[in-house]
Design a protein. Structure first.
Length: 285
């Protein structure tokens, strides 16, 4: 532990040479990381409401849920919860939204079993003309009305968002985002900014973006996407060390809990927190 403490203090005291320092001592850092691991509690039910806001439009939302006894498919999502863009009674003009897609169906609600490994695949849409550009963000709630409590939904299961519309990084830890916004920042709407929509015509039947919500199937810091965080992920993290720009796998956090376009010590704790956790290891839970 003294060796690890010395290394950490050394890292804090250096500038650009810190990348080499960390790389040369990755084995010690990895070992020290494993010493601070804590267990996860049993799996738990939960629901997550995903609101896709484009500018100030009135959005529709997507609600994804897990609970014991459910089966992948329509449980909790009757067929009348399908989004039908051809419904003559619904005018989508000027509206944005999201829906969870399964083969042949666009669901406003999708429910799966508590132990399901199935990700929720979400499509983002807007209907109307845009002049110039419009801001875009995803807002999260744990039920229809109330903001999420990071300690009360899905137990200790990680909830990870991935999207091709993220301006920085490739994934976001929704629970940590909520913790920052609700507890540290006092905000009402935990949200993730997305890339602005540029000028053009958008149709509800042609989603402009994709997102995937993975609940209990991966960890933030699982850069190799194999369901666990280990030395392979540490190496990938070090490859991105002090790099800046979009789409960096090592850019997994920032001062406000969101990827910020540069890989620094702010990103390292996510690797440390989840090091040696394996989504398929019963001891993890």
């Amino acid at each position: 532990m003294k060796k690890l403490e010395k290394l950490v203090n050394g890292i804090r005291g250096v500038g650009k040479r810190s990348w080499k320092f960390v790389k040369d001592n990755a084995t010690y850092l990895a070992f020290g990381t494993a010493l601070v691991l804590g267990g996860q509690s049993a799996k738990a039910d939960g629901g997550l409401r995903i609101v896709n806001r484009v500018g100030d439009t009135e959005p529709s939302f997507c609600f994804v849920q897990q609970y014991d006894g459910a089966t992948d498919g329509y449980d909790g999502a009757p067929k009348d919860m399908n989004i039908d863009f051809n419904d003559p009674d619904v005018d989508w003009s000027g509206m944005s939204g999201a829906y969870s897609v399964i083969p042949g169906h666009n669901l406003q609600y999708e429910t799966v079993a508590n132990n399901s490994k199935k990700p929720f695949n979400v499509k983002l849409f807007y209907h109307g003309n845009i002049v110039g550009h419009m801001s875009n963000r995803l807002v999260f709630f744990d039920d229809i009305e109330d903001p999420c409590d990071p300690n009360a939904f899905f137990g200790k299961k990680p909830v990870i968002l991935e999207s091709d519309r993220l301006p920085s990084g490739t994934s976001v830890d929704i629970k940590k985002l909520i913790e920052y916004e609700m507890i540290k920042n006092g905000g009402y709407e935990p949200n993730v900014p997305l890339i602005n929509l540029v000028a053009g015509t958008y149709l509800d039947i042609s989603p402009y973006g994709n997102a995937t919500v993975k609940i209990g199937t991966t960890f933030l810091g699982d850069l190799s996407c194999d369901g666990k965080v280990d030395f392979h992920d540490m190496k990938l993290f070090l490859n991105d060390w002090l790099k800046s720009g979009p789409g960096l796998r090592g850019d997994i956090s920032g001062p406000n809990g969101k990827p910020n376009g540069i890989v620094t010590f702010i990103d390292y704790p996510a690797i440390a927190e989840n090091y040696r956790k394996d989504i398929n290891d019963s001891n993890t839970w």
